[in-house]
Design a protein around this ligand. Structure first.
Ligand code: PAF
Length: 274
């Protein structure tokens, strides 16, 4: 595996390989969720590129940019063992100019749910993903369904800007007891991890409720709220269709149930597609 930092080094490294490129962009602190993306990229492509870049433009004032977990050595080892060909770890100056052209997320999809809670987060996320897709020349890029809105917006950006890259949606990876894996789980104490289990439990409850024949979204939301409010601070529970429009009744095959809660000082999101 070759580790490269500058854009020039990346371009040179790519010249030494031939074949289709699978790309996994990350912000590091890699876990089993990232590993599943890397494994899929490995299976489906001749060359695998992983980037690690904690992107400042997608963090809002007061968010965890400074404290975001950074584990370069462990990340390097994980990528090496997973058979990554090129690990790209650029600096902020490599990626950004001072006064540059911006990308704006669309109103629908970009400024609902996560977008209302974190205005401009998606603008910064799209800006860096656009750059990374161009730099990697990826044929396929891999993203987890946990960040459902991120995934939808990246898919739209690729469509709208005719970027020749296929966006691959990958399943959410969960710990043994159901907690969706996230780099931010590192912030949780043991007691908070127990409380965070309510998130996946609430999504399971929602699924069971639908399977029992109850498809009214308000009823499902109320049940989830009852469970979640015991030990978390709910930011939102939303039932939407795959275009992020709110819905009154669940339509199987076209519904997502999304949750954002605070457990102590940590904000966690999760969802289920039914
Ligand atoms: O999901 C992430 O880790 C980030 O949002 C991404 C896609 C790497 C862009 O910085």
């Amino acid at each position: 595996m070759l580790t490269v930092h500058s854009i020039k080094e990346l371009q040179n490294a790519k010249k030494n390989h031939q074949g289709t490129i699978g790309f996994v962009p990350t912000m590091g602190a890699l876990h089993e969720g990232h590993l599943s993306l890397i494994r899929q990229a490995r299976e489906e492509n001749e060359i695998v590129i992983v980037s690690i870049f904690v992107n400042p433009t997608q963090f809002l004032e007061g968010e965890d940019l400074e404290s975001y977990p950074r584990r370069e050595k462990a990340d390097y080892k994980i990528c090496e063992l997973a058979g990554v060909d090129i690990l790209f770890m650029p600096t902020i100056d490599d990626i950004y100019e001072r006064d540059e052209l911006k990308i704006m997320a669309p109103a629908r999809g970009g400024y609902v749910l996560e977008g209302t809670k974190r205005p401009e987060h998606f603008d910064g996320m799209l800006q860096v993903v656009m750059k990374l897709l161009n730099l990697s020349s990826a044929n396929k890029a891999y993203f987890g369904k946990k960040d459902a809105q991120q995934l939808a917006l990246i898919t739209q950006m690729v469509r709208n800007y005719f970027i020749p890259c296929e966006i691959i949606a990958c399943e959410i990876i969960r710990g043994e007891r159901g907690l969706a894996l996230s780099s931010r789980n590192a912030y949780l104490s043991q007691e908070e991890k127990e409380r965070a289990l309510l998130i996946s439990a609430s999504l399971k409850l929602a699924t069971q409720t639908v399977l029992s024949g109850e498809i009214n979204c308000n009823t499902i939301k109320n049940k989830m709220q009852e469970l979640l409010q015991e030990k978390t601070d709910i930011e939102y529970i939303a039932l939407v269709n795959r275009d992020f429009h709110s819905i009154q009744t669940v339509e199987l095959g076209n519904t997502m149930i999304l949750v954002a809660v605070w457990v102590g000082e940590t904000r966690l999101i999760d969802n289920i597609w039914i």
